[in-house]
Design a protein around this ligand. Structure first.
Ligand code: HAM
Length: 417
């Protein structure tokens, strides 16, 4: 019988790699708390309509990649392919006071072709802020992700920024773009030669040479922005300038989800392959709440892919996590010394581990070294009889010393600091 494996496009993350994810999440949580965002936990699955209407029936994520199913009660559900539409659904259901600022860490499911940096289950860190269209909020949200990436230790990333306009000015742009694409449909890449009419905006960020060749001529949103959208965009760029956050204006940054209005942005890592270099992205979605049947409520947010962050961190040699274990107890007498010592140390706030099964001194010391502990505590016959413990430095050099059992915690604290 063949054994089971994790499904294609998913992966198990074990220690020590998972410790890096713990660190990312903790550091993101702290940054969000500092900025007034509260954690939201909402279901992994929703009525499929949340995504069909929220993200857009014509978006690739919904049309081709969504995991949809009927439950035993005949409900039409979908695993979340992204986190924004569910947060807006939760907002409309609970109506917290605005501005409402929420952060999340969540798996997201997309039936994509698996490859390095592209998974069928990936994990996102994100924020959403609802209830105001103040451009300072756009700046706040972008700065939050910018500073988080820097705190992680990443330096080789760039921020691209664009405005998608709004319901007032976007239709004229889409009309102009549609007319252009209609005239040049036969010259587009095979996919967009077929699909341009369904979602003309997507052609803008197509990287295939046939479509890319049209970039200099294709109408972009910038020329069509109405006064309000232009003023909004200018306030955002002025804010980023004031905070010294470097960005590039990119009229071809349209992103893959259909809910965006006005500000869109994406962070790309120069340390990753171009095809999967997006380490985070987001934007405004002032029409999303309305599309879900609620009152018009502006909003903005971003999400950053944990797996991509890890790849970028590897490529830059940052986010190296030290082993947690500080002390390893080697017990040669049995009789409970290791049991009592490790618990005593842990109660004193010291990370302690031990061997089991009465293994040989050699085997226990091998385990002590592998644990990454800085010191081993050795309890042998003589030590047990005299009420002392031997402390052996494992990593920092120095001599073994004997210490009275009663002075142990204090001495360990000294050694570890
Ligand atoms: P997104 O750009 O589709 O945006 O995904 C956010 C991030 O998730 C990407 O920048 C990338 O780092 C990561 N990501 C996406 N797909 C995959 C995948 N298949 N495998 C690995 N990583 C992936 C959103 O999801 C929006 N909800 C962001 C947002 C929040 N916009 C406004 N608020």
């Amino acid at each position: 019988m063949t054994s089971f494996q994790a499904p294609s496009g998913t992966r198990d993350v074990l220690a020590p790699e998972s410790a890096r994810i713990e660190l990312l999440v903790a550091s993101f949580a702290a940054a969000c708390r500092r900025a007034g965002y509260g954690l939201i936990i909402s279901p992994m699955f929703e009525d499929a309509g949340v995504f069909r209407r929220g993200v857009g029936d014509e978006s690739e994520v919904v049309r081709k990649e969504m995991y949809e199913f009927e439950d035993k009660g005949g409900r039409h559900l979908a695993l979340r392919p992204e986190g924004t539409a569910p947060v807006v659904r939760a907002y409309l259901q609970h109506r917290p006071p605005v501005p409402w600022k929420a952060w999340y860490v969540t798996p997201a499911f997309r039936y994509e072709r698996p490859q390095a940096g592209r998974y069928r289950q990936h994990h996102q860190l994100g924020v959403e802020a609802l209830g105001t269209d103040d451009p300072d909020l756009d700046v706040e949200v972008i700065a939050l992700l910018f500073d988080f990436l820097r705190d992680v230790g990443l330096t080789r990333f760039t921020l691209r920024l664009n405005s998608m306009g709004d319901g007032v000015c976007r239709p004229a742009w889409v009309d102009a773009l549609t007319a252009y694409l209609e005239a040049h449909a036969a010259e587009l890449c095979p996919e967009h030669a077929e699909t341009w009419a369904r979602n003309p905006i997507r052609v803008l960020d197509c990287k295939r040479p046939q479509c890319a060749a049209h970039r200099p001529e294709m109408p972009t949103m910038g020329r069509f922005l109405c006064d309000d959208c232009r003023a909004h965009h200018e306030r955002v760029t002025a804010g980023l300038d004031a905070l010294d956050l470097a960005y590039e204006l990119d009229p071809f940054l349209v992103r893959g989800l259909d809910y965006y209005t006005r500000t869109t942005f994406e962070f790309g890592s120069d340390a990753l392959d171009a095809a999967q270099n997006a380490i985070g992205g987001g934007g405004r979605y002032d029409g999303l709440a309305g599309n879900l049947g609620g009152p018009e409520t502006p909003g903005i947010g971003f999400a950053s892919g944990i797996e991509r962050l890890l790849l970028a961190a590897d490529a830059e040699g940052v986010l190296v996590v030290e082993p947690a274990t500080e002390v390893f107890v080697v017990d040669l007498v049995g009789g409970g010394a290791a049991r009592d010592l490790t618990v005593e140390l842990r109660r004193a706030g010291i990370a302690a581990d031990r061997a089991f099964d009465q293994r040989s001194m050699k085997a226990q010391l091998r385990q002590a070294n592998a644990s990454g502990a800085r010191v081993a505590l050795i309890v042998g016959e003589r030590e047990a009889a005299d009420g002392v413990v031997a402390i052996r430095p494992l990593r920092d050099g120095g001599d073994q010393e004997l210490i009275k059992r009663t002075d142990l915690v204090g001495r360990i604290r000294e050694l570890l600091h």
